[in-house]
Design a protein around this ligand. Structure first.
Ligand SMILES: [Zn+2]
Length: 159
């Protein structure tokens, strides 16, 4: 059965959906091998899709984000450092810094996705990703935002 409701930006990333597996959804690692295709039913959540992690190792983040919201990717002109916000919602200290490593990127993702439920509506996450294996470039067993996607897609709450 074909699920036209699956919306994946990159067609190379689209696994054919046959059935919803009767086991726990898991994360799988994409491969660069020529001719590699995702297993049937799997959905790609790497950065080429809307399900990717906006936090990239080495890229800048503002922590906390605007008006003391969860840390967010930063593409402004300020140098890394510690600053004082004195405007609305302040005063508080915030930092412009680089994402340290994969664990940091995955940790930053969790509060961010919960806060931005306008960009990532929970019902869309469950509809499009629920019950499916999620594929990313990250090695299985290493920190990846895909684990949080799986949790949220299968009934996990923001709490
Ligand atoms: Zn990943």
């Amino acid at each position: 059965m074909w699920f036209p409701a699956v919306r994946v930006m990159d067609s190379r990333c689209l696994g054919r959906v046959v059935t919803v597996a009767d086991r726990e959804p898991q994360r799988i690692q994409r491969r660069r091998t020529k001719g590699y295709r995702l297993p049937e039913g799997a959905v790609c959540v790497d950065r080429s899709t809307r399900w990717g992690n906006p936090f990239k190792v080495g890229a800048l983040v503002m922590e906390p984000g605007s008006y003391a919201s969860p840390a967010c990717p930063y593409d402004g002109f300020m140098e890394p450092g510690t600053y004082q916000w004195t405007g609305l919602g302040g005063p508080y200290t915030y930092e412009i810094r680089r994402v340290r490593d994969a664990a940091d990127a995955a940790a930053l993702f969790r509060p961010y996705v919960a806060f931005h439920d306008d960009v990532y509506p929970p019902e869309e996450i469950r509809r499009d990703l629920g019950g499916r294996d999620l594929a990313c470039w990250c090695k299985v067993g290493t920190p990846c935002h895909g684990d949080e996607r799986i949790r949220l897609a299968n009934g996990g709450t923001d709490a």
